[in-house]
Design a protein around this ligand. Sequence first.
Ligand code: MG
Length: 160
Amino acid sequence: MTSQRIGIGHDRHRLVEGRPLVLGGVRIDHTHGLEGHSDADIVLHALTDALLGAAGLGDIGDLFPDTEAENKGRDSVDFVREAVTMLRSGRWSIVNVDMTLFAQEPKLGVHKQTIRARIAELLGLDPNRVNLKAKTGERVGVVGREEAMDCQVIALIEQE
Ligand code: MG
């Protein structure tokens, strides 16, 4: 008997000058970066929340409070790795993840395959189980005005 669960994650960080832009564990050249306590990688934060949500394990803030000094400037890859470890100890495996990244600039189409491959490697999945879509903000709202970037992730997990 196989049981399956789905989880959803969303994240938003503000764009500021003087910070590196890291999306899905990949450093991307841009004039601005995302502001946050950790490296502010919205893709990995939304992914962590989707995985934790699917397994009923709470959220990223429960695991890695932004009030803790050890999480300052932290590589968000650690958050994903910890979520994957928790899923494995509950005998959950990941079926697939689908992600939508919202950014007005820079154009992310050229980075999609790199980010996808990086996340597939992190999750130990074939890249065809990891999908990434890039959207702009149509020049309206906080994304369109380049004040922030957003990311949405949905994940399916299963347990034999
Ligand atoms: Mg975040």
